[in-house]
Design a protein around this ligand. Structure first.
Ligand SMILES: [Zn+2]
Length: 313
């Protein structure tokens, strides 16, 4: 398939991809770039079947299609609807609820919920492995009302820094650069500092507030702290404004669009808003293409719904 003029909006996308087969060919182009790669043994030579989608590996002799091992594997939703969902989801600045997406593309809320989580899963593949330069670090707390919880669960959750029933989330952002955000089990020094050391390049300049759990990073980083407790929010270059504005975006998204998010799925919402930040300078089409390039890793519906998690909006 030849790439001619690309789509610039959802209406053009539906013209550009008139059916599932055109989507399949495009996906093959994005993932394989002309050489079908066997998902079983990575060999790049295969026989193509006449059905237009199946291949047989010349090395291991196993059959495959372009969707094996990807977020598109074994779903009942056609690729054309998937493409619309990806376009809508990656181009909306604030995300979209499964109720709304279901209505927009004509699938059930349950299917839309699953699609969105699989797409978030793919966002995770593009997360930065290391951050460097000037990095702001902070933690925040999301979700839950402790008073409605069972005593035991509540005791387990209510720990760390003034976080009644909420889940702690750690964020690290390069000034004018990339971000990495993830939920953490605890906000003690051991947990936070091992996350930071794993993600932030040694020798970087880091900025935090005066929270004691950040004490002790001076050995590996140039570390400046801002003292929020005395009403000091900016002291020259010493501030955490970038990570704090991300917190307000994330919270507005989670409470405003998704209404509630269970702890079990919170990391995927963190990834979703991180992806938006990290691709903020890309065009809609580039974001769409990059998602197709990094669509590896299926996420089974039964994994998503295991352990009494509730379906969220
Ligand atoms: Zn093979």
């Amino acid at each position: 398939m030849e790439i001619l003029t690309k789509f610039k909006n959802l209406a053009e996308l539906t013209t550009y991809f008139p059916d599932d087969q055109s989507c399949r060919e495009y996906l093959e182009l994005m993932r394989w770039n002309g050489a079908p790669s066997c998902p079983h043994c990575s060999n790049e030579q295969a026989y193509k079947f006449a059905d237009g989608k199946s291949y047989k590996c010349k090395a291991c002799r196993k059959k495959f299609t372009v969707t094996v091992g990807t977020i598109f594997e074994d779903t009942h939703v056609g690729l054309r609807k998937w493409f619309m969902a990806i376009y809508i989801f990656t181009s909306h600045k604030k995300g979209i609820s499964s109720v709304q997406l279901g209505k927009d593309i004509g699938i059930t809320q349950k299917s839309a919920w699953h699609l969105l989580h699989r797409i978030r899963h793919a966002f995770g593949i593009t997360e930065p492995e290391t951050l460097e330069g000037e990095v702001e670090i902070d933690e925040t707390y999301i979700g839950g009302k402790a008073k409605n919880m069972h005593k035991k669960a509540r005791a387990k959750k209510v720990q760390g820094r003034g976080a009644s029933g909420k889940t702690a989330v750690l964020g690290m952002v390069e000034r004018n650069g990339r971000i990495y955000v993830k939920p953490v089990d605890s906000t003690n020094a051991k947990t936070l500092q091992s996350e930071i050391r794993e993600r932030v390049e040694e020798g970087s300049q880091i900025f935090t507030d005066e929270f004691p759990a950040y004490r002790g990073l001076e050995g590996d980083y140039a570390h400046d702290t801002i003292n929020h407790s005395v009403g000091n929010y900016v002291n020259g270059i010493i501030h955490t404004n970038a990570i704090e504005s991300h917190w307000s975006l994330l919270k507005r998204g989670i409470y405003g669009i998704y209404h509630q998010v269970s702890e079990k799925h919170l990391h995927r919402y963190c990834t979703e808003f991180g992806f938006r930040h990290n691709t903020r300078k890309s065009s809609e089409v580039d974001r769409f293409d990059s998602l197709l390039t990094f669509c590896d890793g299926r996420l089974m519906y039964k994994t998503l719904i295991s352990k009494k998690s509730k379906l969220e909006a």
